[in-house]
Ligand binder design. Structure first.
Ligand SMILES: [Zn+2]
Length: 660
């Protein structure tokens, strides 16, 4: 007696992507409820099943839906926000500051719905996400009817949905408990990346994921800089470092892994980690080409991802699959290194395994969920068809077909698109909302980009610390008398430092922006060797805003920030109109003179080569106090045996200004 089925899809070229790579033509798939009953030759299935409904799929490929192994789906709202920048400038300078202002539960739902529409249109039935307010991503995804591994982001910076990492960890626990055992959503934990997390965060997130046996989705070894920094900071590359933090206690899905060596690939394999390869993102950000062929060789589950729409900028898996094949061929200089069949496998069954949902989706097999798509191959760019070599069918999908050839999409036994009509999402309304959102973000960035202060605040860490400095600066021919004067009674040395100072001044055409100084101090020990290095960023107001008698200069510094990023980062982010580079050897004393503390700096100017200068200065927080201190700095300078004649100080200003 025939078995009952809800739906029989017939007359298709069926690519099962199962272990045996079985193909059937004319083939059929029987569906009941949320699952696949069977895939096989149409003639066999017609005998075996009695279906309530039959769909003729003439001229189409019937295959498993594509698995997008790595994305940030709500970022469709930031598509085209900032492009052609280096990863750190793009992420720390633009994406994260905008996210801190604009990411809300509502925006996350809107961006997710738009992303899901794009996913469905390009034949994606499952995806692995990582974002903020992930419960709202899950909600919008479930409403759209797609399957997803949803990773709630945890990182060491304040995030749009959490003030601290402890908050986001607690929220992640609630999120997991809420979505566990949902038919479409698999909750996951997402420590953003080793460089945005602490050891403590990596350990805590791994423990949480292991506790609930849910995936841990993270970014690993994306850029060479990340690996260099890991080596410098932790003494080892990224994979051993995260292993040390017990990351692999969890079921890991690692995005990128562009810069990993053979040993690290083995470590990933040994711990059953899934890899998400993101060719467009890696190419666009010039991150490099991941050693995908090597990963596949050791049996790693490597999926393919689009990454977020802000770094790709589309969510087209057909494009990614093709690029994955091309990029591997290019990298290895070997056209056989990643055949179409393997590329398509990565985008289906292998991808599902990488997401740790391989038992329920990724191939057309009895018992798996009915996650499938129909691709129209009866058109100009898909003609003609060769059937001599079964690989021809995979090559057709990977090299010739386009995402717009996808006509029908089913997830969990439910149609999400039929004849190119979405059944769960109304696109027009969403696009109008997205347009309004973009206008607001644009307005925010236009204002921010006008001022250096707001750009500085946007990248975090800047603290407003308005202070004034009163100082005299005098050229000295011979430093010896100053050194001996410092030993005299009347002045007490509290401490002495010796360092090499490198100042990079960013100068802007609009003088009201002030100057931004990136300063690198190499502290020298008794033997003249570098002991440690300090990097600071100071936004200096317009220089010597007023002068007191005897040429005491008053200057104002407004913002001080530890410089966590590289000089190159700041240069690319702030884009100064001009740059000035000054280098000096500085001996600095903190002294007490007439019950007041002063800094005495003896500088040997190396670049430009100007000889020795003595600086006596005191910091003050009020202008009134500055008046009094200005007299004392002159006295102290005289005590140290230098004359503060007006001409000499002016001379310094003139020389330095000119050398700029
Ligand atoms: Zn990513």
């Amino acid at each position: 007696m025939a078995q009952k089925a809800d739906l029989l899809l017939t007359n298709a070229l069926v690519l099962t992507m199962d272990e045996g790579f079985n193909q059937y033509e004319p083939g059929a798939v029987a569906v009941k409820g949320d699952s696949i009953l069977a895939a096989g030759l149409e003639a066999d299935l017609r005998k075996k099943f009695e279906a309530r409904e039959t769909l003729d799929c003439a001229g189409k490929v019937l295959m498993p839906g594509l698995v997008n192994a790595h994305t940030h789906v709500p970022m469709t709202l930031l598509r085209g926000l900032a492009d052609d920048l280096r990863l750190d400038v793009w992420l720390m300078g633009y994406v994260m500051p905008v996210e801190r202002e604009f990411v809300t539960p509502e925006s996350v739902k809107l961006g997710t719905s738009i992303g899901c529409a794009e996913f469905i249109r390009s034949g994606i039935t499952s995806f692995a996400d990582m974002y903020y307010f992930e419960s709202f991503v899950a909600e919008a995804t479930a409403t759209a009817g797609l399957r997803a591994v949803c990773g709630q982001t945890v990182l060491r910076f304040p995030a749009p949905d959490a003030q601290s990492y402890e908050d986001s960890l607690a929220a992640t626990r609630d999120f997991i408990e809420k979505w566990l055992n949902h038919p479409l959503i698999v909750p996951a934990v997402s420590p953003h990346a080793p460089y945005t997390c602490t050891e403590e965060i990596l350990r805590a997130t791994a423990a949480l994921a292991a506790e609930f046996d849910v995936p841990l989705h993270t970014h690993l070894a994306e850029t060479a800089i990340e690996v260099d920094n890991a080596r410098a900071e932790f003494g080892m590359p990224v994979i051993p470092y995260v292993k040390k933090q017990n990351l692999f206690e969890a079921k890991v899905l690692a995005a990128h892994c562009v810069h990993v060596d053979a040993g690290e690939i083995n470590t990933l394999k040994h711990h059953g980690a899934g890899i998400a390869h993101n060719p467009s993102s890696n190419l666009k950000l010039a991150s490099g080409a991941a050693p995908v062929a090597e990963m596949l060789k050791v049996g790693l589950n490597v999926g393919i991802g689009t990454d977020g729409a802000a770094s790709n900028n589309d969510l087209d898996m057909f494009e990614e699959v093709r690029l994955a094949a091309f990029l591997s061929k290019f990298r290895t200089n070997d056209p056989t290194s990643l055949p179409a069949k393997t590329a398509l496998l990565m985008a289906t069954r292998l991808g599902a395994q990488a997401l740790h949902i391989g038992q329920i989706t990724g191939s057309l097999e009895a018992g798996k969920r009915a996650d499938l798509i129909l691709v129209d191959i009866d058109n100009v760019h898909n003609s003609p068809h060769f059937r001599r070599d079964p690989n021809g069918a995979y090559a057709q999908i990977v090299y010739a077909a386009k995402s717009t050839d996808v006509t029908d999409v089913m997830v969990n036994g439910k149609w999400l698109m039929q004849n190119r009509q979405l059944t769960t999402i109304k696109e027009e309304e969403l696009l109008a909302e997205a347009a309004d959102y973009a206008k607001e973000v644009d307005r925010f960035l236009i204002i921010r980009e006008k001022s250096v202060i707001s750009k500085l605040i946007a990248i975090g860490g800047a603290t407003q610390e308005e202070s004034f400095e009163v100082q005299v600066k005098v050229k000295v021919e011979d430093p010896a008398p100053v050194l001996s004067a410092l030993k005299k009674r009347g002045v007490e040395v509290i401490y002495k430092r010796h360092y090499h100072e490198y100042d990079y001044y960013f100068v802007f055409d609009d003088p009201s922006n002030g100057q931004l100084r990136y300063r690198e101090d190499e502290f020298l020990n008794d033997k003249g060797k570098t002991d440690h290095v300090r990097y600071r960023l100071t936004l200096v107001g317009e220089p010597h805003e007023r002068e007191f008698p005897s040429d005491v200069m008053l200057s104002r510094s407004r913002y001080l920030a530890p410089a966590n990023q590289s000089l190159r980062f700041y240069r690319e982010y702030f884009q100064p109109n001009r740059e000035i580079h000054i280098e000096k050897d500085r001996q600095r004393w903190l002294v007490r003179y007439k019950d007041t503390e002063f800094y005495v700096n003896l500088d040997r100017m190396d670049k430009p080569d100007l000889g020795y200068f003595l600086e006596v200065k005191s910091r003050t927080w009020s202008r009134r106090d500055a008046e009094h201190k200005s007299q004392l700095v002159v006295e102290l300078a005289q005590f140290l045996g230098v004359s503060t004649a007006e001409t000499e100080a002016r001379e310094y200003v003139r020389i330095v200004e000119e050398s700029k």
